[in-house]
Design a protein around this ligand. Structure first.
Ligand code: SF4
Length: 403
């Protein structure tokens, strides 16, 4: 498709979205797979609605800190405002747990955005279909050039991202990118639009190891007001993406709420419960968390994470580590380098380096498409590796052995 057709395609989507009345965000659209037997969503939402963090006291937090294993009630206490004065004690215990399960390893990866076309209207995102930005999609040669350049930095894990457009980034296009990634990397993740389990199975065959889907917020009423058009508007289809990915044979799944969109304590609790319940249902699954906060976007630099300051973000990360000590956890380039260096010692296990959230730009060429959001840490791979070593930790590119 040439660029004129691509531009026309984008404006068609915008017009469709403007004309069509808002759909029911709890109703599946045609072609979306429904997991009739799964009760996970109802359990998570029920638990979240019952969670009243103001009922927890400092004594609840102190008692939870004395235990060897963290119950759901303890997790609630760790996420409550009463835990703020005890963050140092939580950090010490989280660090101990992190050491037990991961030693001093810190895993590195980088995201590669291959397309920024999107059919959704998420009001907080720079890629949304109404935002006037430069749109681009790399062809397979462009993807290979980017991957070669990234691989030359020593990285062995890549996370492939697209905007959420089935039309502009169909499953086969993503599959070809993943097959290419397998040539250059030992671990391949995707962060693309939610799919049906047979499509996840296809992408797994193409070489994908894990799938990341951010639920953004678990409050479906707030979700509705932020996701105004497109497939993403369907809350339950997005919610069940990780379970469909596991049914499709993926080895790992990652969870996140975009902290700052809604009540972050409830969202963090729901994220933990979602991961916990799927781990119980699929014991072989490799579970991990991401901990993104809202960031300014092109054409809207007023967007900010409201009451989720670094202190609160740290609290959430420590609570995840204590609740699921064996789970992976990624710290985003949305955060400052100092903060990132600090949390890889306490809670996070994975850090991105050499990051660009635009399309292209890793090779010799200029970026062809605009960024999804502003990053706060632009260090390259060597700089992040050096910082990890300075902190007495061990940078690890990959630890999977393929036979
Ligand atoms: S958050 Fe994802 S789905 Fe929403 S506008 Fe951005 S790229 Fe599209």
């Amino acid at each position: 498709m040439d660029s004129n057709n691509i531009d026309k395609h984008s404006s068609d989507i915008q017009e469709d979205n403007i004309k069509s009345p808002r759909t029911n965000h709890m109703e599946y659209m045609e072609g979306m797979e429904i997991l009739h037997e799964s009760t996970v969503m109802d359990e998570v939402i029920g638990a979240m609605n019952e969670y009243d963090y103001n009922t927890f006291t400092g004594r609840d937090v102190a008692n939870a800190l004395k235990k060897d294993t963290c119950s759901i009630e303890d997790f609630k206490a760790f996420l409550s405002p009463a835990a703020i004065p005890l963050l140092e004690q939580m950090a010490a215990k989280a660090r101990e747990e992190r050491r037990k399960h991961f030693g001093n390893n810190v895993y590195l990866f980088t995201p590669l955005y291959i397309a920024n076309y999107c059919e959704n209207y998420c009001v907080y995102c720079g890629f949304n279909c109404h935002n006037k930005i430069r749109r681009a999609r790399l062809d397979i040669d462009g993807i290979e050039q980017e991957m070669k350049a990234i691989s030359a930095t020593g990285l062995e894990e890549i996370l492939i991202l697209t905007g959420e457009s089935r039309k502009m980034s169909d499953v086969t296009y993503i599959g070809e990118a993943c097959k290419m990634a397998r040539k250059y990397f030992k671990m391949v993740g995707i962060e693309v639009y939610p799919m049906n389990s047979d499509e996840y199975a296809y992408l797994h065959e193409c070489g994908v190891d894990y799938v990341t889907v951010f639920q953004e917020t678990y409050n479906s009423d707030v979700y509705e007001t932020l996701h105004l058009a497109g497939h993403k508007r369907v809350f339950p289809y997005r919610f069940n993406a990780q379970e469909r990915a596991l049914k499709g044979g993926m080895r790992g799944v990652a969870f996140a709420a975009l902290l700052g969109l809604s009540d972050f304590r409830k969202d963090a609790f729901a994220t933990g419960m979602h991961a916990y319940l799927l781990q119980r249902k699929y014991p072989h699954a490799e579970i991990s968390f991401s901990c993104p906060r809202l960031r300014p976007i092109i054409n809207n630099d007023k967007i900010n994470p409201k009451d989720v300051h670094e202190r609160e973000l740290l609290q959430v990360m420590l609570a995840y580590r204590l609740f699921m000590p064996y789970a992976g956890m990624t710290i985003s380039t949305r955060e400052r380098s100092d903060f990132r260096n600090h949390v890889i010692d306490l809670a996070a296990t994975k850090i991105s380096a050499g990051v660009s959230t635009g399309i292209g730009g890793h090779g010799n060429k200029e970026e062809q498409g605009d960024d999804q959001f502003e990053i706060a840490d632009d260090r390259n791979v060597d700089e992040v590796v050096a910082a990890i070593r300075e902190g007495g930790l061990c940078p690890v590119m990959n630890e999977y052995v393929f036979v």
